[in-house]
Design a protein. Structure first.
Length: 280
């Protein structure tokens, strides 16, 4: 499998490169230098893109501005980087005959913070997106470009990835129950998406597999630790022994059942990994 990875100097992009089988050299494309970046490029030149894509079997498109950039970059730059560059890449991939594109989106497109009222939102891929800021809006617009580009000769897979960046251990542990993801599991999901037999266009949530159930929604909102005690015995005691604060509410649960069933995805680095200090 000959792969091209955009955003190869980024946190998840670099992890995807490391997770790919080593039989073929990976083409890494990023504006910033990095150990896995072979071409410094901002995806602005369509002819150069087509040349890079010659003979490529799968494109992993991770290059983007992210949520932390919302306060730093304008809407125009978000649209240029997240939407216009995606359009050029998809056009170039089709022109070069690339059979598959894996696009990294975000669970943030669901806009869960504006939905919850008295129970945790059970977030499957069937929940309509509800973007809250320019980051969400541009990632959702890029998803639509992916949907339009998919067809007989091009399979496009959208991975809506949950929270996946370094944080203090108490937050990492708590988030792995319902809205967080280990970097290694994120990378593995991308590799699985590259090889699975799929429809021309598919969307998958990628997060740590949750121990919760849909019927837990009300209790997760009002008294989450009553559910956690049942679902993960001993976790509350561990938080207490370590002096970690115990958050008082869970407002959403990202559900990975579709990725489990279709991609064969399982998260190998959930809350237990954080507790034993196994974090990248």
């Amino acid at each position: 499998m000959r792969a091209l990875v955009t955003g190869s100097s980024g946190r998840i992009g670099a992890a995807v490169v490391r997770a790919l089988p080593g039989a073929e050299p990976v083409i890494g494309v990023d504006r910033m230098p990095g150990p896995h970046t072979t071409h410094a490029d901002d995806l602005g030149d369509s002819s150069r893109l087509r040349a890079l894509l010659s003979g490529v079997d799968v494109v992993f498109h991770l290059a983007a501005l992210h949520a932390p950039h919302v306060a730093q970059r304008g809407a125009g730059e978000f649209k240029r980087v997240n939407v216009e560059a995606t359009a050029r890449l998809l056009d170039a991939a089709r022109a070069a005959g690339v059979p598959r594109v894996v696009f990294t989106s975000t669970t943030s497109v669901y806009g869960c913070t504006t939905r919850a009222a008295d129970r945790a939102v059970w977030v499957t891929e069937d929940l309509p997106p509800n973007p809250e800021d320019i980051y969400d809006e541009t990632k959702l617009a890029a998803e639509e470009l992916c949907r339009q580009a998919a067809g007989r000769d091009l399979t496009v897979v959208v991975l809506r990835v949950s929270r996946c960046f370094p944080e203090p251990p108490p937050l990492l542990a708590f988030y792995r129950l319902y809205r967080g993801l280990d970097l290694r599991d994120a990378a593995r999901a991308h590799v699985l998406a590259a090889g699975a037999p799929l429809d021309p266009y598919s969307v998958f949530n990628v997060s740590a597999d949750t121990p919760f159930r849909p019927q837990d929604g009300a209790a997760l909102w009002s008294d989450p630790w009553s559910v956690i005690d049942r679902a993960v015995p001993g976790l509350a005691r561990t938080f207490e022994e370590r002096g970690w604060p115990r958050p008082s509410r869970i407002d959403r649960v990202y559900v990975t059942a579709k990725a489990n069933a279709v991609l064969g995805y399982r998260s190998d680095h959930g809350v237990e990994a954080v507790l034993r200090g196994d974090t990248p």
